[in-house]
Design a binder for this molecule. Sequence first.
Ligand code: ADP
Ligand code: ZN
Length: 628
Amino acid sequence: MKFSWRVVLLWTLPLLVVGFFLWQGAFSGAPADMGRNAASTRMTYGRFLDYLDAGRVTAVDLYDGGRTAIIEAVDPELDNRLQRWRVDLPGNSPDLVSRLRESNISLDSHPPRNDGALVGALGNLLFPLLLIGGLFFLFRRSGGGAGGPGQAMSFGKSKARFMMEAKTGVMFDDVAGIDEAKEELQEVVTFLKKPERFTAIGARIPKGVLLVGPPGTGKTLLAKAIAGEAGVPFFSISGSEFVEMFVGVGASRVRDLFKKAKDNAPCIIFIDEIDAVGRQRGAGIGGGNDEREQTLNQLLTEMDGFEGNTGIIIIAATNRVDVLDSALLRPGRFDRQVTVDPPDIKGRIEVLEVHARNKKLAEDISLEAIARRTPGFTGADLANLLNEAAILTARRRKDAITMAEIDAAVDRVIAGMEGTPLVDSKSKRLIAYHEIGHAIVGTLVKDHDPVQKVTLIPRGQAQGLTWFTPSEEQMLISRAQILARITGALGGRAAEDVIFGDAEVTTGAGNDLQQVSNMARQMVTRFGMSDLGPLSLESSQGEVFLGRDWLSRSEYSEEVSSRIDAQVRVIVDQCYEEAKRLMRDNRALIDRLVDLLVERETIDGDELRQIVSEYTVVPDKQQFVPQL
Ligand code: ADP
Ligand code: ZN
């Protein structure tokens, strides 16, 4: 019998490819059927009901005869993005179904999948079975013409992952607090509605607009508002959707997207997180990433391929223009950039007004007071804040949101979920000393933001928290202010150290110390606030994984680097000594505050200052308060 190795090779190669492909399918394909990310995030039934009450849920897919659901809802913890969760339902619940239908939530039911049992029964047989399945498949295909490894690739033909909204229903009125960006984009609406006005005089209508700003500032909302105002369809996809395991899938998605868009012109194409595909080519560690490059090239080709007056305008969003491939920013591509910043206090009031429209607020609520408490909040944070407050109000069975719910919601949005306080114990006292340490420094150091409250009620990762009244983010922060913050951050550890001795200090200060190092390092390397003199030794952006600036780091010598370390050390040591001195000098005061805190769990700022003033002089704080 003649045995040909050539045949064996010819067959095993594609076999492996196919086998691998289906193996992939077995793990990532099946859960994909149950909603992406489904397996990883679970939501409790109670939380789901809360979300339902709050109108956050947009779609529910039932599985396992109604015992499991994959729900789609906006996630307040993730900038109000659409997220999927898995919810275990308490058996078959017809009430729920009718309720979902009433609220007009997209509802679907999927037949029970018996492959769970199948997988269990067949166990290890699965892999050979898949291989055999692949083999049959291959036979049939190769019978039809060209076979070979190339064939397997066409399995990857894109399933369109983009979304289309014929009418977004969002108007410029719904976007608040970012007036400059809005003004810039007003023109884009005119491009879409009355292109003749521009083309008649030979003006080239821009094809691409890049929205640059941190997550949650309303970039998606703005893009939708443009589509809404112009009355055109809105196509959207996220850059991360392009980037797939298999070379060519992303590129074919781009092709599909543009084809659909051309059929529906005039329209808006919105690409979120464009940096996921649009990074500088050939810059990643370990060479290029073929798939990403192909996708990016396809995107560039498509953008060049249509005339400016086709009526398609591409809006892309990113937080990192600096890592984008420069080809993307060339004329004729994303040549317009619009910055979208978190709103200032006036902007925050406007955003709150927009989101308060459909909520019942009690008389005592002042949107201005909320805006003052929330510097640095983005539009999404504020929307989320009001929503959290509304949920809390419903849970407390009140008819209108009061300041109490708002305050609880602010705390929650900033610091996470509230936990149960510890019972009185050694560790509770230790945490109390730690927090009072922060609070004492915050109160006694002149340039520190004033203490708003100290609490031992855990939130998120933290067992205790000291809150400071935030001053509106200033453009300029003085050296004295940074030193005050460093000293304040060291206050917790200083208290542990002075009161319990250095053998007893805890890991509780880990987070504080990280901030301390960051601030001290920046003083030296960025702001020229050390003996090294006014030199900038580092770029302002943090390092980016696989990004361009990874390559250009450490522009300075070993020697400079060790001088930086030495300066950082000097700053931190000085601040730590000062913090410890404050602890030693105020021992009686600290003991009294700790007793009070352990007993009451929360002390607010005014009371704290009152008690401190019985022992020592409380310096006057001049905080920057923006005028409206
Ligand atoms: P981004 O795309 O910048 O990450 P989004 O546009 O997705 O942010 O914002 C998420 C949600 O937050 C919006 O749907 C909206 O409810 C709210 N939001 C964000 N910015 C604003 C704003 N400027 N005005 C009103 N609402 C906003
Ligand atoms: Zn601390």
